[in-house]
Design a protein around this ligand. Sequence first.
Ligand code: ZN
Length: 327
Amino acid sequence: MSLRGGLDLGGTKIQAIVFDTGDERVLGQARRPTPQEGGPAAVTGALVEALQEATQGAGLVPERLAGVGVGSPGETDSAQGTVAHASNLPDWDAPFALAAALSERFGAPVSIGNDVDVATQAEFQLGAGRSASSLLGVFWGTGVGGGLVFEGQPWSGRGAAGEIGHMVIKRDGARCPCGRRGCMEAYAGRRAMEERARLLTDRGRKTELFRIMRERGRSNLSSGVWARALSRGDELASEVVERAVGALGAGIASAVNLLDIELVVIGGGLGVRFGEPMAERIFAAMRPHLFFDDRPPVVRVAALGDLGGAIGAALLSERLSPAPAPA
Ligand SMILES: [Zn+2]
């Protein structure tokens, strides 16, 4: 039995778990909103609280953990234990030594990895990709992130591989949040989808989206809001989602044409919320673009759901800081 802490650090929420890597069980979990101000110090404080609550839930103290992993946005450096340029986190541009700050508080070694990479690795080891040797993880949420496993090994290139959201699906197309044009994310990212919905509303189209958003006390169109609007047959919502699915189909199929991976795992807030029926629609949208269309890859929804990132972080901790052999 090896008890590991896993922290999934997102722009809006922090998910903490205590994970037994021996029998692959989540023993405790806690969730916290990500501080929107206060810089790395405030975020570090929230990470500490979240993991403390999760360990309490498991009837433990953090010092009992063999290690803690963090899946973080921004530029992560596993060797240095730092995170830099995390644009979704408050005042977090310069490299911050997150691993050192956390390990001092936890009394356990802390490993840092890229959020999408660790979530992909979790699906590969314990989720939808268990029987696969190569897979592409597509995390469909605020943006669209990607992670790769080739022949059983994570592939990160020179550190920046997997940016599938910025595959160009239309030259001189829609403006992407990254500032470029025609990226897949400019059509499929939740932020871009919301912009599209607002634009169409401004042009006089009717939709329930923003009313559902207000009813739920939200300030933006969350995955749940989109799902609710679709279930009510909202035409504008269907149209924007259809546009996103078309973009995902083109971008993912292009990646498959290049890499010939055997499995595509669809995760992220929207991917998990929409589930299997949407994965089937993405598959259908890929088909016309597949060069070898007689043996397409399998497309599945992430099996670990919302906890995949935190489980991946716990697994990262095991990979990077193996427990000392018993004396
Ligand atoms: Zn882009």
